[in-house]
Design a protein. Structure first.
Length: 335
């Protein structure tokens, strides 16, 4: 029987984990012809997240977890999940229930039809401000223009990946990660399904505009050197104009003389050129920084504790289902 791993990165998600677990198990208990593994990655949470995960594991043998040594960010938490997954397919889902687990059966169906990467595309984004929607939209527009690979707009990390994709992703070990771009970069057979993205079930988003800005720069610098090209391009144009202006000045001085005026024009030229030089330096610096970070060649994360497959993993699926239903009843009564 095929095993499907569900990867759930969680950072300070104590308020939603039970809810998530219940909605998820409701869905997967109804899918009888697969085994499931719920792989939680605790990304250095400062609240009760890890204890809740451990408690879930006590009652449900499908639950396994990776406890990272500190908060590494979602991108790295997902990589840890890729490394430890055992399934024939992997489903990545946010802990906050913004990605409806009810889509999972449809994803599996498409996977069985031969697609390797079934990703969920948002029809709507309720619960997000117009500013976030707008910035996100313009970011994708820019990214699409400057990079050669197509990066899907309005898709998150909610998707089903075949083992082949997971193996590919395990090999992309950049420190500054933009996973959404990697999904596109590795290729394979892709298929989209549409859904309505709900607002967070509880808790607050871990993103702020500074982090999003970081991710945007990451997205651009990790997939294209286009900004470097732009600075060369601007450099060429500006030097060309400067060259022409030099001739104008020389001829003007030769034929009409010069009575030291022109402070404003000198200043504007200096400021303009200075600005452009700083800008280009900044762009070069961004790339240099990436080179620096990659050359350190550090491991991408450390694991505090991994608790996976419990022996014997399966005594037969019927037993498992019975066992889980009992636990669920127990759990509901205690609550
Ligand atoms: N997350 C994580 N590490 C972090 C930040 C977030 O593992 O440093 C997880 C978080 O628990 C959630 C998912 O990444 O499961 C998406 O985070 P969030 O809901 O805050 O992002 P948004 O939906 O607002 O983009
Ligand atoms: Mg969210």
């Amino acid at each position: 029987m095929k095993l499907i791993t569900i990867l759930i990165p969680a950072y300070n998600e104590e308020e939603v984990l039970y809810k998530l677990y219940h909605r998820l198990s409701k869905v997967i208990n109804n899918i009888t012809n697969y085994e499931f593994e719920l792989l939680f990655v605790n990304d250095g949470s400062k609240d009760q997240t890890i204890n809740i995960i451990k408690e879930l594991r006590e009652t449900d043998i499908r639950v396994s977890y990776i406890d990272l040594s500190r908060n590494y960010g979602k991108e790295t938490a997902m990589l840890a999940g890729f490394d430890y997954t055992r399934g024939d397919a992997l489903i990545i889902i946010d802990a906050d229930l913004q990605d409806p687990p009810e889509l999972i059966p449809e994803m599996i169906e498409l996977w069985e039809q031969g697609y390797d990467d079934v990703f969920a595309k948002r029809k709507s984004r309720s619960g997000e401000s117009w500013l976030k929607k707008w910035t996100s939209k313009s970011f994708y527009r820019v990214l699409q223009k400057v990079s050669r690979i197509k990066i899907e707009e309005d898709t998150g990390d909610f998707r089903l990946l075949d083992k082949r994709c997971v193996r590919a992703l395990q090999q992309l070990r950049e420190t500054q990660r933009y996973t959404k771009g990697m999904f596109s970069w590795i290729g394979f057979n892709k298929k989209e399904i549409l859904f309505d993205r709900d607002p967070r079930a509880a808790g607050t988003t871990k993103w702020n505009y500074a982090k999003l800005m970081d991710l945007a720069i990451e997205g651009i610098t990790s997939f294209t050197t286009f900004p470097l090209r732009i600075s060369s391009f601007i450099g060429v144009i500006v030097s060309f104009l400067a060259f022409i202006y030099m001739f104008v000045i020389i001829f003007k001085t030769l034929f009409f003389g010069e009575k030291i005026i022109g402070y404003p024009s000198t200043m504007s030229v200096i400021l303009f050129l200075g600005g452009i030089q700083l800008l280009s330096l900044g762009v070069i610096g961004e790339y240099l920084g990436r080179v620096f970070n990659e050359t350190k060649n550090r491991p991408l994360y450390f694991i505090n504790e991994y608790n996976g497959q419990r022996e014997p993993y399966l005594k037969g699926l019927e037993n498992l289902r019975e066992y889980n239903n009992e636990r669920e009843k127990e759990f509901n009564e205690n609550k």
